[in-house]
Design a protein around this ligand. Structure first.
Ligand code: HAM
Length: 430
């Protein structure tokens, strides 16, 4: 019987593992230089935690199970509910603002497609305790900081930013009822992801009144913040949210990332808990699904039984990112290697095998990354093995060792050779 991997999962052979590690390493470095601390939680939680506030889409994509005690559990499809639960548990002891990051493995029973799998890794950065767009700007900065550190420019990616607070106020002014808002968000979030005729049909089903529907469609066509008051009357909430967005854009300019950002009213986000600024990062051609997305969720901690404390954050998966980097030629094989050694020991005489073993263990103990051929063969073959292992140096153990306790160190990039006494080997390699 030939066993297959489950649909939507990936096997990480060493080259794929090297790429995954390189991506995650970059996420971690960007988090740390932006002042975030790492945390993690369990891979499964009580099912109800993800049914409470994440929204129907996530709830339908849960991998759920029952433990032997009949408790309903689910593998985490996202990190934010776990973060909210963990912060609530220690809320009084934690210094504010809380700036945490995590790189969880997540599972969603989505239909596997380009950039969307059933198991993936997602970088999360969140700031809890700051009720100001300054925190949203910090989150956006950190995401852009990472993406530019790996070579992406404003020609490649855009952060599309909007505000749910503003959209809610505007939609209500247009005539959408409060209890319809979430359904309208879900619908608007689907725009661009589904064929126009399907979107049209869903809009007809959701919004029966034609004049309201027309106004929603006109609103969605707005491209600049300044156009909004021309289309819909601003009430206090809409005016305040508009000012917040303007402030956010001015901070992004001060931080010199405005080139990476633009206002896009159609960004609403699929998850139910967002309350304010929302944003998604796309490839410039928008030919791929979102690279990442996030926003403000000021009610989630309270909804999970904690205090009313403002929060904002962002998540980026590894799948779309990888496709984009591949397309842009930004995956540098020299930086993304599964095996890198400081040295490789080539042994030219069977009698020296024990010496090779002893030398390799001394080198490893000294912190030098080292491997060796397990049997002797022609030097050319062993040099190839050294080169396949990306070894910086090859240590050749042959006649010189038998005659005078010396080895040859060959530099694998220049081809230069030097002969050193075995007692000086560690010093010469360091
Ligand atoms: P999300 O929009 O559901 O947000 O996911 C964020 C990112 O995770 C997506 O843009 C994508 O890169 C990646 N992602 C999501 N689903 C998949 C999938 N099936 N396969 C591959 N990648 C995927 C959240 O999860 C929020 N909890 C983010 C957040 C953190 N908001 C505040 N803090």
């Amino acid at each position: 019987m030939k066993l297959q991997p489950v649909k939507g999962t990936r096997d990480f052979y060493p080259p794929q593992m090297a790429l995954r590690n390189w991506i995650i390493d970059g996420w971690k470095k960007a988090s740390l230089r932006n002042g975030f601390e790492e945390y993690d939680g369990p891979i499964f939680e009580y099912l109800k935690m993800f049914q409470l506030k994440s929204g129907d889409e996530i709830a339908q994509q849960l991998f759920s199970m029952q433990d032997r005690g009949g408790r309903d559990l689910a593998i985490r499809p996202e990190m934010t509910p776990t973060l909210a639960r963990m912060v609530n548990q220690r809320i009084n002891a934690l210094p504010k603002p809380i700036k945490w990051f995590s790189v969880p493995r997540l599972c969603r029973a989505e239909r596997p497609q380009k950039g969307r799998l059933r198991e993936f890794f997602q970088w999360n950065i969140d700031i809890i305790g700051i009720d100001d767009v300054l925190a949203d700007a910090q989150i956006i900065f950190c995401a852009v900081d990472y993406l530019s550190s790996i070579g992406l420019t404003p020609k490649d990616i855009t952060t599309r930013i909007s505000s749910r607070k503003m959209l809610a106020a505007l939609l209500k002014n247009i005539g959408i009822e409060q209890d319809q808002l979430n359904a309208v968000y879900v619908l608007l979030d689907k725009r661009g992801k589904i064929p126009p005729e399907v979107f049209e049909k869903m809009t007809d089903e959701l919004i029966e009144d034609n004049s309201i529907k027309r106004k929603v469609i006109d609103l969605m066509a707005v491209t600049k913040l300044e156009q909004i008051p021309e289309i819909v009357d601003l009430n206090d909430q809409a005016a305040q949210a508009l000012d917040e967005l303007k402030k956010l854009f001015s901070i992004l300019e001060i931080m010199k990332i405005d080139q990476f950002c633009k206002f896009d009213i159609s960004v609403v986000r699929g998850l139910a808990y967002y309350t304010g600024v929302v944003f998604e990062i796309y490839d410039q051609a928008a030919s791929l699904r979102a690279i990442g997305g996030g926003g403000r969720y000021d009610n989630l901690l309270k909804d999970f039984g904690g205090p009313a404390i403002p929060a904002t954050g962002f998540g980026m998966g590894d799948c779309v990112l990888e496709i984009l980097l591949e397309e842009k030629g930004l995956l540098d094989p020299a930086k993304i290697t599964s095996k890198t050694l400081d040295c490789f020991i080539a042994t030219l005489d069977d009698k020296l095998m024990n010496n090779a073993l002893s030398i390799s263990s001394d080198l490893r103990r000294a912190g030098i990354k080292c491997d060796l051929s397990y049997k002797t063969s022609a030097l050319g073959k062993q040099l190839k093995a050294a080169s396949d292992s990306n070894a910086a140096k090859c240590i050749i153990l042959g006649r010189e060792f038998i005659d005078s306790n010396q080895v040859i160190i060959k530099d694998m990039s220049t081809g230069d050779q030097e002969t050193v006494k075995i007692k000086d080997l560690i010093a010469s390699l360091k």
